[in-house]
Design a protein around this ligand. Structure first.
Ligand SMILES: C[S@@+](CC[C@H](N)C(=O)[O-])C[C@H]1O[C@@H](n2cnc3c(N)ncnc32)[C@H](O)[C@@H]1O
Length: 411
């Protein structure tokens, strides 16, 4: 007979099984599946239950009785409490192996695609990479959210270790009343009464004192706008708009997309979910005629000045993709976490592009869209994966799709 589980119970020890998508490992207690964080395959751990659902429970490893050889001491003192990192207890090379296993499992199970590649390291360090951070204050301290919670975990003395050093720790008072001053080497914005701010580092501009609720004036890009450089050109980006957070990400992904598509001068391309025009810029530089589509009007306005040789349209991809020319040579898809979905994939594949580059931050959503594309006559000719989110389970993939007749074997 199985005992009922309740949040706060400690069960085990249990032997931990394979890694699952989302930073969990699968374990069983009295026949019930528990998705356990902060453990590793093969470990024997006690588990504190954090959530109980109908068919499974979630929990956190504590009291490791037999440790994996891949376990290391977490560099951050709030690792395991802060929701920002979930792999600090794993040696960085093994973090990439875990991400490889998750990608392979998702692509195989959901799309029947085999992934035999590795997750490519882009920098030697797994710390000090995050150029955009949203710090919160609960009125007592600045910090980051706990996992699946609104609780603010105060930053440790040395700041957030995955943040890029200039924004590792906001130089602010203890809470809203004294929180107007941002770190002198940070760019940022204080937005709203909750007094949180978003900072983009790697910049040289000092941010002046700012009032809560007011956007800060940034010298280089104008109010609320920062300047980034990637793919051989300059991009203006809103501080609250989308830009890749790893300093190497934009260049790495633009190069991967160009290498996958092998664009030829005079070809036509569409860049769907184009943001401020990163891939449109990289393809335009190859002599390709690009149309970008993006939901944010502010991003489209910036894209038009970042990549003046391309054309941009503002609105939902789901609607605007229907209005694209009946044939295009190349497509870039870089949707948000949920993926592009069937309706968009149908419209894209109906244009019979000779190649589609799909940039994905969620391997499960990627796999679902690849499965849809397979039913529409498109075959996966290659998948690359990049470790752009060290110390977390997140990973970025770039998949190349080609018409099935032109495709080789899976992956
Ligand atoms: C992952 S970002 C990619 C941005 C850009 N490709 C880049 O690398 O900088 C996804 C973008 O899709 C936009 N977006 C989200 N949902 C959308 C939709 N339904 N239609 C159009 N754009 C959307 C977001 O505003 C965001 O800019």
């Amino acid at each position: 007979m199985t005992t009922e589980l309740a949040v706060g119970d400690v069960v085990g020890p249990v032997r931990v099984g394979r890694v699952a998508h989302g930073g969990h490992w699968v374990a069983r207690h009295e026949g019930r599946v528990i998705f356990v964080r902060h453990t590793l395959e093969g470990e024997l751990v006690r588990v504190r239950i954090t959530e109980v659902a109908k068919r499974f429970a979630r929990g956190d490893a504590m009291g490791v009785e037999e440790a994996s050889p891949h376990r290391v001491a977490a560099p951050c003192p709030v690792a395991g409490v802060c929701g920002g990192c979930d792999l600090q207890h794993v040696a960085p090379a093994h973090q990439r192996e875990l991400k490889r296993q998750v990608i392979a499992e998702q692509l195989d199970r959901l799309a029947g695609v085999s992934f035999s590649g590795s997750v490519e390291a882009v920098t030697p360090e797994a710390l000090g990479w995050r150029t955009r951070v949203r710090y919160l204050s609960d009125g007592r301290a600045w910090g980051l959210r706990a996992h699946r919670s609104h609780t603010v975990v105060p930053l440790p003395e040395q700041g957030c270790l995955i943040a890029r050093p200039p924004i590792a720790r906001p130089e602010v008072g203890p809470g809203p009343a004294g929180s107007q001053r941002l770190g002198v080497e940070s760019r940022g914005e204080i937005s709203g009464p909750a007094v949180h701010w978003l900072a983009a580092a790697g910049a040289s501009d000092a941010v002046p004192d700012a009032e809560p609720g007011a956007a800060t004036a940034l010298e280089e890009g104008g109010p609320g706008v920062v300047v980034e450089r990637a793919a051989g050109r300059t991009f203006r980006v809103r501080t609250d708009g989308f830009w890749q957070v790893h300093p190497e990400a934009a260049d790495t992904l633009a190069a991967a997309v160009v290498a996958a598509l092998d664009p030829q001068p005079g070809e036509s391309a569409v860049d769907l979910y184009c943001g401020v025009g990163l891939f449109a810029g990289a393809l335009s530089a190859q002599g390709v005629d690009v149309v970008g589509v993006e939901g944010s009007r502010e991003a489209v306005a910036l894209a038009s000045s970042n990549v003046p040789e391309a054309t941009f349209r503002a609105g939902p991809v789901e609607r605007l993709v229907r209005k694209l020319p009946p044939r295009v040579d190349l497509v870039v898809l870089d949707p948000p976490r949920a993926g592009a979905g069937r309706a968009v994939m149908e419209q894209v594949c109906a244009r019979r592009p000779r190649a589609i580059a799909y940039v994905a931050c969620d391997p499960a959503a990627l796999a679902r869209d690849l499965a849809t594309a397979a039913g529409l006559g498109y075959h996966v000719a290659g998948v690359r994966a990049f470790d752009l989110f060290g110390m977390t389970h997140h990973v970025e993939c770039v998949a190349l799709l080609v018409p099935a007749a032109a495709g080789a074997s899976d992956e």
